[in-house]
Design a protein around this ligand. Structure first.
Ligand SMILES: *Cc1c(COP(=O)(O)O)cnc(C)c1O
Length: 423
């Protein structure tokens, strides 16, 4: 195993750990990464996360800190906030949440009391754990009621959402999810939220980059609060942001700090600022549209090969495959594809007859491969690999998986990514 030259100090101080990092770099370099929540950040974002900003404590907000020595930190956080507001057209931005889950928890703290009713999409239908699902703190400390999708279409049924909201009177309604392959109708959710006087939270963690790049409609002006991670399609460091209209700003800020968190991760704040700057460039618009074009092209290729896709396709970066007709459980397929160098995740499909830890679906997406420069012309090949991999999984054909692994490695060698070793 070669140790990366960019980690000289790390290699000298801790060769054991350095070798593990180098192995991960090699893995990310060699494989076709298709987990829709993952991406490759730029060299600039990588560098920002590795700065001395990690040494600094800054509890509070710019101009109102509980620690001295903020001469450089305050302008960095202000820059990140201004860039977030400008990119998403928000009146307010908080860039301190440590990640998407704590950002969502801060929303509960801001707008609900323990035991209050909150509403979100059910986890097995494509929602996120933090939208009030039972095993999450949000489902234990609050009364989560869940909407789903129509069995025939896989799409949200707004009559059902409205009926449920009128009956349950939630304080907060979440829209958005982790396995939603279609455009979120923010306006339709806003109308329902207004009717029951609930705070509408658009959780755009997955699609933030698409929104920034104009490849998905904006949640503003419809949503009261927008919650997002920064590390998925937005291609920033692991972190999160809460965006809002002005009337909700104070409650959100108080909930993040001192309500939920201590000192912000300033190195992450800096890297978020860099990612937001990158996302405001014209080439990022091209990227966002290419992600969607690739996903649509891949969906068409998979349909042609007889695959069953939830909702029949995709509008965004994500495809949810139902492998039931192929008679291969999602987990078996995901593990076989992993051995073939194609990294996906198994996932429940709506109304899944199988268990969540061994479901029928496979969730794939195009953000990472698009970051590496693959285009629609590659999607027939990608669909072939997936098809051959799933077929090999059913047949128990390890040789076929090994063959695909070599082909994947060959192609990916021609499409380098920032921070990774080249062949
Ligand atoms: C990823 C995701 C989150 C949580 O983000 P973490 O950073 O993993 O905590 C929240 N909501 C949605 C919709 C997500 O996709």
């Amino acid at each position: 195993m070669t140790v990366s030259l960019t980690h000289r100090a790390l290699s000298a101080a801790d060769p054991e750990l350095a070798a593990m990092v180098a192995a991960e770099e090699q893995l990310q370099s060699d494989t076709l990464r298709m987990i829709p929540s993952e991406n490759y950040v730029s060299q600039a974002v990588l560098e920002a996360t590795g700065t001395v900003l990690t040494n600094k404590y800054s509890e509070g907000y710019p101009g109102k800190r509980y620690y001295e020595g903020q001469q450089n930190i305050d302008p960095i956080e202000r820059l990140a906030v201004e860039r977030a507001k400008s990119l998403f057209g928000a009146e307010h931005a908080n860039v301190q949440p440590y990640s998407g889950s704590p950002a969502n928890l801060a929303v509960y703290l801001a707008f609900a009391e323990p035991g209050d009713t909150v509403m979100g999409m059910a986890l097995p239908m494509g929602g996120h754990l933090t939208h009030g699902w039972g095993v999450s703190a949000t489902g234990k400390w609050f009364r989560g009621v869940q909407y789903g999708v129509r069995a025939e279409t896989g799409l949200t049924d707004f009559d059902e959402v409205r009926d449920l909201a009128l009956k349950e009177q939630p304080k907060i309604i979440f829209c958005g999810g982790t396995a939603v392959p279609r455009t979120i109708d923010f306006a339709a959710f806003a109308e329902i939220a207004r009717e029951v006087d609930a705070v509408l939270v658009a959780d755009i963690a997955h699609i933030a980059g698409l929104i920034a790049g104009g490849a998905h409609p904006s949640p503003f002006p419809h949503a009261d609060v927008v919650s997002t991670t920064t590390h998925k399609t937005l291609r920033g460091p692991r972190g999160a942001m809460l965006l809002s209209r002005e009337p909700r700003a104070k409650a959100l800020d108080k909930a993040v700090f001192p309500g939920l968190q201590g000192g912000p991760h300033n190195h992450t704040t800096a890297a978020i600022a860099v990612a937001l700057h990158e996302a405001a460039q014209p080439v990022f618009r091209d990227y966002a549209h290419a992600v969607v074009a690739n996903a649509k092209a891949l969906a068409a290729e998979l349909l042609e090969r007889g695959y069953d896709l939830v909702t029949g396709g995709t509008d965004n970066h994500l495809i949810l495959m139902d492998l039931t007709p192929k008679e291969v459980p999602g987990k078996i397929a995901a593990k076989a594809l992993d051995r073939a160098g194609i990294v996906t995740n198994y996932n429940t499909v709506p109304f899944d007859p199988r268990k969540p830890f061994d479901p029928s679906g496979l969730r794939i997406g195009t953000p990472s491969l698009t970051s590496r420069g693959l285009g629609t012309e590659h999607m027939p090949l990608v669909a072939d690999w997936i098809d051959r991999g799933v077929t090999a999984a059913r047949a128990g054909d390890e040789d076929a998986l090994t063959t695909i692994r070599a082909e994947v490695r060959d192609l990916m060698a021609a499409y380098p990514a920032p921070g990774l070793p080249t062949a």
